[in-house]
Design a protein around this ligand. Structure first.
Ligand code: UDP
Length: 393
């Protein structure tokens, strides 16, 4: 009979990774202590009702839940009702409003045409730079698949603002997040399931953590010197912060949000991007449109500015340029030496992770741990689980 160890386990970070791991282990009988430096749970997907307007605000910027993973969809729906929501993004470029992701409407409007799908495909193929066989950078990926005009109108300026560097320095993978469609489908995501938690993400995370075996310590900065008090630590805080930044700071972009209110409907949609380099912000989010089932007369909007993350700023997007990757390799080597600590999540593994992947990895990590501690000598060679465990790659 397998025996479950019930020593205390530390979970650092009360965001999605920490909450899901904590819950899985708590359900299996472990006692969990969760530590978070902030005064709320849910990490960067924290939502809060605005006092002035009653609108549910995505405090650290827009988070839209989407996934193709049925188990993850069922998991989040176990804790919160997900309301139908489709992310339809618009972008303003050179004084005109277009639909994103690039679709048949965008192409026809931009080039002043009335092309059908096959015609548009051939037209864009003609514009694409076929000399680029194996696109490695963001810019090469764009030139290869949509050509220079669309790239310059919608991606070059925005990406320069968002990442603070030339798109020639960024990996192609960032652009691969966005589809190009030769029909009128303007759903920003191509996943099967998409929605918004009825009472916000913070309520969902609060419910995940609501368990007799879980104690949450807010406004508490965990230090690795505390590891000895626990049989294991799951760390979802910043990887470089865990090592007191001894090998330098990993590069991140941070965001500044300029909040403003409006009586009525400010922009008619949740997200309006600004493609021009001359507009200093990347996008404006109008939060009430993230909850289309609610009615509010007042409106709260965020103008979003991206800049280099300083020591006192909140890290949002890992940059992962060559220099960061070299530094990451040093931290990853140190992390590998920590036998009773598992590094998880966006900050713990320094990766650009969507919410569904974060939850998937957290569930798999918790399961791996449970297999490994359930009386067997070692973690079983479950290829699928091994493959899905977090890594720094
Ligand atoms: N992007 C762009 N113009 C846009 C939208 C996106 O250039 O109007 C680029 C930008 O580099 C961004 C990337 O595509 O970082 C991925 O976009 P996504 O919407 O997935 O970014 P997120 O919502 O995660 O910030």
């Amino acid at each position: 009979m397998n025996k479950i160890r019930t020593g205390k386990i530390a979970v650092v970070g009360a965001g999605l990774s920490g909450a899901v791991i904590g819950r899985e282990l708590a359900d299996a009988g472990h006692k969990i202590e969760v530590f978070d430096t902030r005064n709320h749970v849910a990490g960067n997907c924290h939502t809060e009702r605005d006092r002035e307007t009653g609108v549910m605000v995505h405090v650290y910027g827009p988070h839209i839940f989407h996934t193709d993973d049925r188990e993850i969809w069922d998991y989040v729906n176990r804790f919160e009702r997900f309301m139908p929501y489709k992310n339809r993004v618009k972008t303003t470029s050179n004084g005109q409003v277009y639909s994103l992701p690039i679709n048949l409407h965008t192409i026809n409007q931009f080039f002043g045409k009335a092309l059908r799908p096959d015609e548009a495909r051939a037209f864009i193929e003609d514009l694409s730079d076929k000399a680029i066989e194996d696109p490695r950078t963001f810019e090469e990926q764009a030139l290869r698949f949509i050509g220079r005009e669309l790239y310059e109108a919608f991606f070059r300026g925005y990406t320069q603002k968002q990442w603070g560097c030339n798109p020639t320095e960024l990996p192609a993978s960032i652009l691969k997040r966005l589809p190009v469609r030769f029909n009128y489908d303007d759903n920003y995501f191509f996943h099967q399931y998409q929605g918004m938690p009825e009472n916000g993400y913070t309520e969902m995370v609060r419910r995940i953590l609501d368990h007799a075996n879980i104690t949450v310590h807010l406004q508490t900065r965990f230090h690795r010197s505390w590891n000895g008090d626990f049989t294991h630590t799951f760390y979802s805080g910043p990887l470089d912060g865990y090592f007191d930044f001894e090998n330098g700071r990993l590069g991140y972009r941070t965001l500044d949000f300029e909040r403003f209110t409006y009586e009525g409907d400010y922009q008619g949609c949740a997200v309006m991007n600004y493609g021009d380099a001359s507009v200093p912000f990347t996008r404006v989010t109008e939060h009430k449109h993230f909850s289309p089932w609610e009615e509010h007369t007042g409106s709260v909007c965020y103008r979003e500015y991206s800049r280099a993350c300083g020591p006192d700023d909140i890290p949002y997007y890992p940059i992962r340029l060559v220099e960061d990757k070299a530094q990451l390799a040093q931290y990853a080597a140190r992390a590998a030496q920590e036998t009773s600590v598992t590094f998880v999540g966006r900050l713990g593994t320094y990766r650009y992770l969507d919410m569904d992947m974060t939850i998937r990895e957290a569930l798999d990590t918790a399961r791996l741990y449970l297999f490994g501690t359930a009386g067997t000598a070692s973690i079983p060679a479950s290829a699928d689980l091994q493959r899905r465990a977090p890594s720094f790659a």
